[in-house]
Design a protein around this ligand. Sequence first.
Ligand SMILES: C[S@@+](CC[C@H](N)C(=O)[O-])C[C@H]1O[C@@H](n2cnc3c(N)ncnc32)[C@H](O)[C@@H]1O
Length: 259
Amino acid sequence: MASPAIALAFLPLLLTLLIRYRFYFVLFYRAVLLRVWRDCRTGLSREERCFQYVLTNATPGDPESILDGFDSWCTKKEFISHIGPKKGKILDRLLSEHSPLTVLELGAHCGYSTVRIARALPLGARLFSVEMDQKNAAIAEKVIRLAGFDEALVELIVCPSDEVIPRLRADFDLEKLDFVFMDHWKKCYLPDLQMLEGSGLLGKGSMILADNVLFPGAPNFLRYIRRCGLYEWRVHRATLEYSKGIRDGMAELVYQGTK
Ligand SMILES: C[S@@+](CC[C@H](N)C(=O)[O-])C[C@H]1O[C@@H](n2cnc3c(N)ncnc32)[C@H](O)[C@@H]1O
């Protein structure tokens, strides 16, 4: 007799937790459960399913329609952690304000943000996009070329960031980075930022935009930029891509070095 009564006593607590964390439950369902189920059912990876959708719904050579295809799939079908349309607009605005000529992207995944950046760059600019996962990179390469960007504009480098950054000067002939977009594993943000500082590739006014600094979060990175005194910085508050109710933010840093 006691156990139903105890269960009933816990019901309000359970309901409160369900309501309070409903957005996280939805995210877990879309990003994990649905993905595993569809991986087994289709024999394709989530990225391949997304690419197929984009291929059938987008127009080759039209970056906007490719971005729309991705956004539509991630909103209606499954979750992929692209920067998404809302935070994407912040990225678009910063790119149009700064017109960077040399851009480094860390974490291309399927090429969504790569296309987003490439379409906003001025004539003569170059984008170096780094992706360490070979399967993701193969899809990103197809997406970038489908959007109509050639290798003179976008170079995809398939390698972990900590191996690429020290080689950027020698192997890619770079002298200064005007803009860096960080959207790879969050634990790499701080070591990669410090590696960039050490490389001498950041000059006065170089901008670094780091996604997801609040969710999943990059606390060490935020603590460092707050204390190091090398940057003017702010966090653009937003919600997590393709999701309501989960707070996230992008950190915008402007290097104050002397070069
Ligand atoms: C969140 S996704 C990037 C999403 C992409 N920026 C977009 O908005 O479309 C993160 C990607 O970073 C890649 N990645 C993680 N750590 C990396 C590293 N240290 N070097 C290179 N790529 C990395 C992962 O393989 C994954 O594809």
